[in-house]
Design a protein around this ligand. Structure first.
Ligand code: GLU
Length: 524
């Protein structure tokens, strides 16, 4: 298990196989923005014939949430792009791959050597300040009108660290087992520049950067050290991640430089914004905005609450993925409907927008509708039957189900939409639309229905003849459609909305139609 202690030999970046990683922290369910980050990484890897890794960044044990890792793996599998290597790829490669373990907490012993390397080169130092010391200095700064005190190249000169204490004193404290952290020694007043694939040149002066903790006294690295060391050790060529990590990138660039490693390319993806454009779409938005922000349902074990997911809401993974791909990128053509394979072809990391991508749930549903229409009838029918039996509806035959499904398919965004308004196809109406009854059910209605019922009984019970028979009746009596049509609809369906009532009558058959007409006559 010491293989990972030896970092790979530097090869020239240009000739290296593309390797990207999605590196979430298991602090809860994966937000849809996280899924988009994973997707862009996957698309980029696949279009370059490279590898897509999943690494779990769990160094902050205080934020660890049980079940979060399994959720992430399941969510990616549902979306159709499981990792080639790492967590969730154990079925493809022993231990997940040659750089196992892929969980940072399990890699803990390796980080110390890297921190030592920085200490020896003078790029890092020991800091012995206790949390109380830090609180006190922060408080004093606040009183003096500086609420944002930082441990940095200026303030470190008056703190308890190996830059201010004598060598003997530092050794004494270390020997005595005093608590310490290892901090980066940020150069003073230097420009750190790097080229981001999406944002172009980014330049930050080190005066604006603090001396971040790299390693804690218990040997656990912080995110920054672990992230850089692992990206290097795992031969990551491109770091594609959310915009919220852009402020950390200059520190990472410096770490690469201090270690003497070639840095990967960076691409910081735009934020996902709320539909009203007011701020970032966050995990905390949960279901408050009327739509899911997670791919799958998430049961919060602490609160007992369930946050809804796209899967359970009836979305197809291919529609969800298509929709996500378009949050921050588009192919520059009119084509909007893409399979995952087509996205691999068309995606272009250089064309990802800088500006935040506003999320639109209506558009998400539209994507689902488009993908629903692309499904083979047999698959739709299977889903329809499953959903109908979930709802306790009795399905007389597969042929009945097929015809019933098509009656409401036109505007359906989800398979459930074809069933929501369709109860009357499966059972006699349990109630009648009161407003329409008040408006359309006249004293003559029972007589009209009685006439029609006898005429229909002499007809072939299919849509065409039934409609012809109805029209003849209107013509003969010089009635308008409005006098009789809604009455018939109310009797058969309980509502005046819906597809052609003659199609419905053909589907449910003469017996049920006759019974419904008679029930309406006697009850309305
Ligand atoms: N662990 C970080 C996160 O939770 C990863 C950031 C990165 O990709 O470098 O998003």
């Amino acid at each position: 298990m010491v293989g990972y202690l030896c970092p790979p030999k530097e090869k020239h970046m240009k000739n290296r196989r593309v390797r990207v990683r999605f590196a979430p922290s298991p602090t809860g369910p994966l937000h849809m923005g996280g899924v988009r980050t994973a997707l862009y990484n996957y698309l980029f890897a696949k279009q370059n014939g490279g590898d897509f890794l999943l690494r779990v960044e769990d160094t902050d044990q205080t934020r660890f949430v049980p079940g979060a890792e399994a959720y992430i793996v399941e969510a990616l599998a549902w979306c159709g792009f499981s990792p080639d290597e790492g967590i969730g790829a154990e079925d493809k490669l022993p231990g997940g791959g040659p750089h196992a373990p892929y969980r940072q907490s399990e890699r803990k012993p390796m980080y110390r050597a890297f921190a030592d390397q920085l200490l020896e080169a003078g790029h890092a130092y020991y800091a012995f300040d206790t949390p109380e010391d830090l609180d006190a200095v922060r408080e004093r700064a606040k009183q003096a009108g500086n609420p944002n005190w930082q441990y940095n190249s200026i303030t470190r000169t008056s703190m308890k660290n190996s830059l201010t204490l004598s060598e003997d004193e530092v050794q004494r404290r270390l020997d005595a087992g005093e608590a310490y952290v290892i901090r980066i020694k940020m150069p003073r007043n230097e420009e750190v520049k790097f080229e981001d694939r999406i944002r172009g040149w980014v330049s930050v002066n080190t005066l604006n950067l603090d001396d971040k903790v790299l390693l804690k006294g218990d040997g656990m690295p912080t995110y920054h050290l672990a992230n850089v060391v692992d990206d290097y050790s795992m031969e990551i060529t491109h770091v594609i991640r959310g915009e919220e990590w852009l402020p950390s990138a200059p520190l990472h660039v410096l770490l690469y430089r201090f270690f003497g490693w070639t840095q990967p390319e960076f691409a910081h993806l735009p934020l996902l914004l709320r539909p009203d454009g007011n701020g970032k779409l966050s995990k905390r938005d949960g279901d408050r905005l009327g739509f899911p922000v997670f791919p799958l349902n998430w049961n919060n074990q602490e609160t007992g609450e369930t946050a809804s997911g796209y899967r359970e809401r009836g979305f197809y993974p291919q529609a969800f993925v298509n929709m996500l791909a378009f949050l921050g990128w588009n192919p520059g053509t009119n084509q909007e409907i893409f399979s995952l394979e087509a996205l691999i072809e068309a995606f272009n990391l250089n064309k990802v927008n800088k500006a935040g991508a506003r999320f639109d749930f209506e558009k998400a549903k539209w994507f689902n509708q488009q993908h629903l229409r692309l499904l083979p009838e047999s698959e739709l029918l299977q889903a329809y039957i499953a959903e109908a039996s979930n709802r306790g509806l009795e399905i007389p035959s597969e042929d009945f189900a097929r015809r019933a499904m098509h009656l409401f398919m036109d505007r359906a965004e989800f398979i459930g939409d074809t069933l929501d308004p369709a109860d009357y196809l499966f059972a006699d109406p349990r109630s009648y639309d009161e407003a329409m009854v008040a408006k359309k059910w006249t004293a003559e209605a029972p007589a009209y229905l009685s006439d029609l019922d006898s005429l229909f009984a002499q007809t072939d019970y299919t849509e065409g003849p039934l409609e012809a028979c109805f029209k003849n009746y209107l013509a003969e009596k010089s009635f308008g459609f409005g006098q009789v049509g809604p009455v018939l609809r109310l009797a058969i369906a309980g509502t005046t909305q819906g597809p052609s009532i003659f199609t419905v009558m053909e589907l449910i058959g003469s017996e049920a139609s006759h019974r419904r007409i008679q029930t309406a006559i006697s009850t309305l």
